[in-house]
Design a protein around this ligand. Structure first.
Ligand SMILES: Nc1ncnc2c1ncn2[C@@H]1O[C@H](COP(=O)(O)OP(=O)(O)OP(=O)(O)O)[C@@H](O)[C@H]1O
Ligand SMILES: [Mg+2]
Length: 243
């Protein structure tokens, strides 16, 4: 990219991804700026998770380009992207079951091995402020936690790496309702108080609409509609998402 714009964070240009011979993403293109909150919506199997994994570098692209702060990162490995400031909370959580809560959070600190990071390499207090439960269960093995606790841990682990962009894949899927509210409140604070940009795959349209400024609707591996949540009617978008 010829000119670096001061606010640009992530740019996708005609990104396509395949599993073997089966192409799943088709020429995805969008831009995220610093502090943006955007949601990816779409029915099951349209490629939402594949898109996040592609941004994270867990899947190679078939074609196209990904830029981070204006630099091409298309071939960069996932752990390098994590060190560059992209945090990921994958679908289905994936905490390390045999490690304690604290040890899981410490794994997240590996992202701080980034160029120019000079702060303390410790779990930020903010993680425990956002999720006070994690303090109480810090010495428990992650494998014995409830789904809601594991999700708080997975988000806390990503935040421990102090990302500039946080990718979240259906963070409240399968979580009991009282914890869902806690997670949504915490994400709202991450957005507003930490200024972290967020790209969230979300099935709950009400939450997605109140949380995000921008939305992308996917169908069969393409973005078929995008816009701002404050100027687009949610029910029009709902008809594109629900069967
Ligand atoms: N590891 C894989 N190997 C082959 N095909 C895959 C693999 N993972 C996903 N797919 C296929 O890619 C397509 C998109 O899957 P993806 O998981 O990205 O969808 P999704 O929108 O996240 O769905 P969901 O809402 O169910 O999470 C689907 O057709 C799926 O079957
Ligand atoms: Mg998915």
């Amino acid at each position: 990219m010829a000119v670096e714009m001061p606010n640009q964070l992530l740019n996708l240009r005609t990104v396509s991804t395949a599993y073997g011979k089966g192409q799943v993403l088709w020429e995805i293109a969008f831009d995220l700026d610093k502090g943006d909150a955007a949601t990816i919506l779409g029915r099951n199997g349209v490629g939402k998770t594949t898109l996040l994994k592609t941004i994270m570098g867990q899947l190679p692209v078939l074609g196209g380009h990904i830029y981070w702060h204006g630099d091409e990162v298309t071939a960069m490995k996932a752990h390098q992207r994590s060190r560059a400031g992209i945090g990921f909370v994958p679908q289905g959580r994936h905490v390390f079951p045999h490690l304690t809560v604290r040890e899981n959070l410490e794994v997240g600190l590996s992202a701080l091995a980034r160029k120019g990071f000079s702060g303390p390499r410790k779990i930020p207090d903010m993680v425990f402020e956002l999720f006070p439960k994690l303090t109480q269960i810090a010495d428990r093995k992650a494998g014995v936690l409830s789904g809601g606790e594991q999700q708080q841990l997975a988000i806390g682990r990503a935040l421990a790496g102090q990302p500039e962009l946080l990718l979240l894949d259906e963070p409240t899927e399968g979580i009991q309702p009282n914890i869902v509210q806690q997670i949504e409140d915490a994400l709202m604070r991450v957005r507003k108080e930490l200024g972290v940009a967020i790209l969230i795959v979300e099935q709950n349209l009400d939450f997605a609409w109140s949380f995000a400024d921008r939305f992308f609707v996917m169908q069969r591996g393409r973005i078929i509609k995008e816009g701002r949540t404050d100027t687009s009617p949610a029910d029009e978008v709902a008809s594109l998402i629900h069967v």
